[in-house]
Ligand binder design. Structure first.
Ligand code: SF4
Length: 488
């Protein structure tokens, strides 16, 4: 009989169908993608930093994946009464490796689970409850349980002191309650694992809570492209409709009350043509002043801040793209900046942008709060840019607004106002031909070729792709604006 690890236990809490696949049809579960792998890698870095709080700690079975061997090494290490990293225990068909097991008074131990999140989440509690149950059944006396998570108030100044970087939260009372249910839950999980067929489980909120399930595409594939789940800003109605067997937006009964924007969405789909509020679009366009500058930033945020004067997960801008249209109908001119080398990119970014951005005219961004936020942070770090930013801020125009407000809605947007939905719907131009197709990949690739060990040729290749991706974000805004101007 296979054993249940803590990751499989958490998968089982999310969905027994997912659990069944892990044990009976693992090959059918898609492999970990680059985005998830980056999260795992970040977790390992944070874990390594936490271990520095226990300088006399012992790594148990580093690099060994053979369970009997790690169990044997653990039982030897436990006798030493030192902090143990990755100690392994098993009992009653379950096993768990503990991030940090700290010896306390008498023969007791504290469990310390390290997470790269900035708060205690339900899944962390379930994770530690499972560990507590396994360790207790394996004969250990557990005194307290702690979650060691990232302190989001931390600001880096020089070498990172892990005592300041982490917040240690005592979660013993919550764990005591949860631990009582683990045995029964595990019993149910074993029953599911032994079944010949995967259990029939309806899709639901659990498919993306706490994480997007790796079988999401498979289980949700029966829905049409214009499904009820694309209904704009809908929290609960979609599940009621699903329960009634309604899958397509156009099948929503007429007596179901929709919001104004949802009604526009359905009407545009039924008519198969865009909804255009011409007076509102005209008012939006009227505020434009030439030269019009289309601006987009790329950023990265790491759990462990790389630079002084930055916080965990703070978005650090490393690249911008700028298309300038100097007068109506003029050909757009392109400018860009992409940080070179591993130093803090913010000072050069601010200098380059100030030099390139025209001193007059509108500055168009898509979801302006993001670019504005980065510029404000830039001014906090480098106050000499404040007078410049004070003049730029009132010129910023948010191209997202007419789409988020459904002043323009194209049925191919499928309920989304994001740039990735609006651009192809309006102009037929998409991102699918690019090697880097979204901001998360841009961040990861920049970090990889700037802070990792890669050849010069590889770095050059990736930087070309980064230029292509960020450049399309601003070129796309130019195309969208042309489309809006044309319909007037
Ligand atoms: S997508 Fe949903 S129903 Fe399907 S296995 Fe995952 S959680 Fe279960």
């Amino acid at each position: 009989m296979p054993m249940i690890s803590k990751s499989k236990y958490l998968a089982g809490l999310q969905c027994h169908k997912l659990l069944w696949f892990y044990y009976n049809a693992k090959d059918e579960i898609p492999k970990t993608d680059a985005a998830k792998q980056a999260i795992f890698d970040q977790g390992h870095e944070v874990g390594a930093l936490a271990k520095k709080m226990f300088p006399d700690g012992i790594e148990v079975g580093a690099g060994i994946t053979d369970l009997p061997e790690t169990l044997r090494l653990t039982s030897d290490a436990v006798k030493l009464r030192k902090p143990l990293f990755e100690a392994a225990f098993s009992a009653n068909g379950c096993y768990a490796r503990v991030d940090i097991l700290n010896p306390v008074k008498g023969d007791a131990w504290d469990i310390i689970e390290v997470k790269s999140s900035t708060s205690v989440e339900d899944i962390n509690l379930a994770d530690i409850a499972f560990q507590t149950r396994v360790l207790t059944e394996a004969g250990l006396k557990i005194r307290r349980c702690f979650l060691c998570h990232v302190n989001n108030k931390f600001v880096r100044h020089g070498e990172i002191d892990p005592e300041e970087f982490f917040t240690l939260e005592d979660i013993t009372p919550q764990i005591a309650e949860l631990t009582r249910h683990v045995e029964e839950q595990v019993g149910e999980m074993f029953k599911t694992i032994r079944q010949k067929q995967a259990p029939e489980i309806e899709i639901g909120r659990h498919c993306s809570k706490p994480y997007v399930c790796p079988l999401h595409d498979r289980c949700w594939s029966f829905l049409p492209e214009a499904s009820i789940f694309t209904l704009y800003n809908d929290r609960s109605r979609k599940y009621k409709l699903l329960a009634q067997g309604i899958h397509h937006l156009k099948d929503i009964p007429a007596d179901v009350k929709l919001t104004d924007n949802q009604s526009i969405q359905r009407a545009a789909l039924l008519a198969d043509k865009p909804h255009i509020d011409r007076p509102a679009i005209a008012a939006f366009l009227k505020q434009l002043e030439y030269p019009v500058s289309y601006l987009d930033f790329e950023t990265f945020g790491t759990a462990i801040p790389l630079f002084d004067d930055s916080r965990p997960f703070q978005q650090i801008p490393f690249q911008y793209s700028l298309h300038i249209v100097r007068s109506p109908g003029a050909a757009p001119e392109h400018f860009s900046h992409l940080a070179v080398g591993p130093a803090d990119p913010r000072p050069e970014f601010m200098r380059q942008l100030r030099a390139a951005l025209p001193e007059t005219g509108s500055v168009v961004t898509y979801n302006a709060s993001f670019e504005t936020g980065r510029l404000k942070e830039g001014c906090e770090l480098l106050p000499e840019f404040k007078p410049w930013f004070v003049k730029v801020a009132p010129r910023i125009v948010d191209l997202l607004l007419p789409f988020r407000g459904f002043r323009y809605y194209h049925p191919q947007q499928h309920g989304s106002a994001s740039m990735k939905s609006v651009l192809p719907a309006l102009t037929g131009t998409g991102y699918e031909h690019l090697t880097i197709q979204e901001g998360g990949a841009a961040s990861r690739e920049f970090l990889r070729v700037t802070h990792g060990q890669v050849t010069a040729a590889e770095r050059h290749r990736v930087r070309q792709h980064l230029e292509g991706y960020c450049g399309l974000d601003t070129w796309g805004m130019v195309l969208i604006m042309r489309e809006l101007l044309q319909i007037m």
